[in-house]
Design a protein around this ligand. Structure first.
Ligand SMILES: CC(C)(COP(=O)(O)OP(=O)(O)OC[C@H]1O[C@@H](n2cnc3c(N)ncnc32)[C@H](O)[C@@H]1OP(=O)(O)O)[C@@H](O)C(=O)NCCC(=O)NCCS
Length: 166
């Protein structure tokens, strides 16, 4: 049986988080049949998900296979003047999640999200948000199964989704 470990993110994990952000961005481009250069991570709309990581409200978890990072989920609080793609309001953190391709569909995404929900609740948040392309079947299935509902759209091709934490 596979054995994986999930623990809270620390500052040493930040380079891996950038790798995961690139996974998320590249996935969109695979569908568009053009893989972006890693320079895309420097665009402000994307960089804001990780730049200066370690702010008081930054939280996340990393999944490991033995000592090797294989996926991560994290959230950040954005503001009305500095919105993420899944912005709802200033009191709702927005999450991002990705696993290396060979570790998908093993239930790890669900485990990472459950850790994140518990953390967000402990931090006093009543809800959590994200953005997802409606064509991302795997992710959408997981989000809906865990209680996310569409509450808006971001530039047509992305849904804004929200889950009440209970
Ligand atoms: C999205 C992601 C984090 C999900 O993590 P995961 O570990 O693969 O998810 P899980 O295994 O916990 O659950 C996946 C669910 O989707 C289902 N699924 C898989 N492929 C599917 C498909 N094509 N259509 C519908 N459902 C699908 C699985 O059966 C499972 O549901 P079940 O538990 O009811 O059987 C992961 O796939 C990933 O890293 N994707 C690339 C990055 C990405 O898209 N990030 C999110 C951006 S919004």
């Amino acid at each position: 049986m596979d054995f994986y470990c999930i623990r809270a993110i620390n500052q040493d994990d930040v380079p891996f988080l950038w790798d995961m952000l690139y996974e998320i961005r590249s996935l969109r481009c695979v569908r568009e049949e053009k893989i972006p250069s890693r320079d895309v991570l420097q665009t402000p709309d994307l960089a804001k998900y990780l730049q200066n990581w370690g702010l008081k409200s930054d939280r996340g978890f990393i999944a490991l296979d033995a000592e090797t990072p294989i996926g991560a989920a994290w959230y950040r609080l954005f503001t009305v003047d500095n919105r993420g793609y899944g912005y709802v309001n200033d009191r709702t953190p927005e999450l991002a999640i990705a696993l290396l391709p060979q570790y998908r569909n093993k239930g790890l995404g669900k485990s990472l999200l459950i850790h994140l929900f518990a953390q967000a609740k402990a931090d006093g948040y009543g809800q959590i948000s994200l953005s997802c392309a409606p064509t991302n079947d795997n992710a959408l299935h997981l989000y809906q199964k865990l209680g996310f509902e569409q509450v808006g759209v971001y530039i047509i091709q992305n849904w804004i989704m929200k889950k009440v934490l209970n």
